[in-house]
Design a protein around this ligand. Structure first.
Ligand code: GTP
Ligand code: MG
Length: 323
């Protein structure tokens, strides 16, 4: 299947596949919407990749948004599931993306940590990805009257290093000005130039890297299923032990009422946890046990765990920024 058409001197592609990557809140979804010319991506965070399509300037465009990493976290500090999802993002537009757009918000200071994170996450995809990567700056509106080149120069050596590493390929978007369609036309042309520099080839991730991640993910899913099974058995055991306790307690209470009627006068049963004759105590105990529901789906489970680690990251991020 050839997606290439010749229009005059320019190489015009009838189909383009794009992956958006970057830290959280950099403007990935907004850029996806600007590229597709409509609200295709929700502006809410997702732990999974999101894929959308559209027809733009005579091209069929597929855009994948990979989940964002925490701004002040390097790849080593980031959760395993997030790293896997980022690697898998490039396999969601087979045979592979024409370009990876690395999103950077110009209203936020670019520091060494961000450079390390970008380097680390892209390196997960293999060295070849760099020749298909374009830095896409968002918040172009906040640049006011300085040019993007002035911004890159003033931001320091970490950003300059990153732009150089991407072969000096960059573009700036103002996602709050959708009426300016030249910004998208120029971006698509830059993507086509990037493909031309790669001898007309899209990016294809090393099969070995993908297999490793898929195998690890399958093994984790198996372990998660096993854990859920163990937890369900454990709950069954606890329940049946408690039921046996209720039965014993009932037998005991019949006997003890005989004792109490012998003259102590005190109602020792009032302290007994098994005092509810209708079994409602048992139900309450089971309901209040701090155990996760065994009926949670795999996605919810991964989202929950990502969110919880994400929450702790968020706190650290806030602390780092305020210090
Ligand atoms: N002023 C301005 N705001 C922008 C621009 N691009 C994105 N935003 C805003 O930045 C915020 C985050 O944008 P998103 O597109 O949701 O960012 P994201 O990277 O997809 O975020 P996550 O998916 O949560 O990681 C939103 O409030 C957007 O409206 C831009 O070019 N200019
Ligand atoms: Mg988003």
């Amino acid at each position: 299947m050839s997606s290439k058409m010749d229009i005059g001197d320019a190489q015009h592609f009838s189909e383009l596949r794009i992956v958006l990557m970057g830290y959280k809140e950099a403007g990935k979804s907004s850029s996806g919407n600007t590229i597709l010319g409509r609200e295709e991506f929700d502006l809410k965070s997702s732990a999974q990749c999101v894929r959308r399509h559209g027809e733009v300037a005579d091209r069929h465009i597929t855009v994948i948004e990979a989940p964002g990493w925490w701004k002040n976290y390097t790849v080593e500090m980031s959760p395993e599931l997030l790293k896997q999802e980022i690697v898998l993002s490039v396999s969601l537009c087979p045979p592979g993306p024409h370009a990876v757009l690395l999103i950077i918000d110009v209203s936020y200071r670019f520091k060494e940590t961000q450079r390390k994170a970008m380097q680390g996450f892209l390196d997960l995809l293999g060295e070849r990805v760099w020749s298909h990567t374009i830095v896409l700056f968002t918040y172009g509106d906040s640049l006011s009257d300085i040019s993007i080149e002035q911004y890159i120069e003033s931001e320091g050596q970490d950003l300059q290093w990153l732009v150089d590493k991407c072969g000096n390929r960059y573009h700036v978007l103002n996602n709050h000005n959708r009426s300016d369609d030249t910004q998208i036309k120029e971006l698509l042309e830059k993507i086509e130039e990037t493909v031309a520099l790669n001898n007309g080839r899209h990016f294809e991730i090393d099969r070995k890297i993908l297999q490793d991640v898929e195998e690890r993910r399958r093994a984790e899913e198996e372990r998660a299923k096993e854990r859920m099974k163990r937890m369900q058995n454990q709950r069954e055991n606890i329940r049946s032990q408690m039921m046996r306790g209720v039965e014993k307690s009932d037998t005991w209470s019949m006997g003890s009422s005989a004792y109490s009627s012998l003259g102590s006068g005190s109602d020792s049963r009032s302290d007994s946890p098994f005092n509810y004759e209708d079994g409602s105590y048992l139900q309450k105990r089971c309901n209040s046990m701090d155990l996760p529901s065994p009926y949670m789906s795999g996605d919810e489970r991964s989202t929950t765990s990502m969110r919880s680690s994400a929450c702790s990251s968020n706190i650290s991020e806030a602390e780092e920024e305020s210090s």
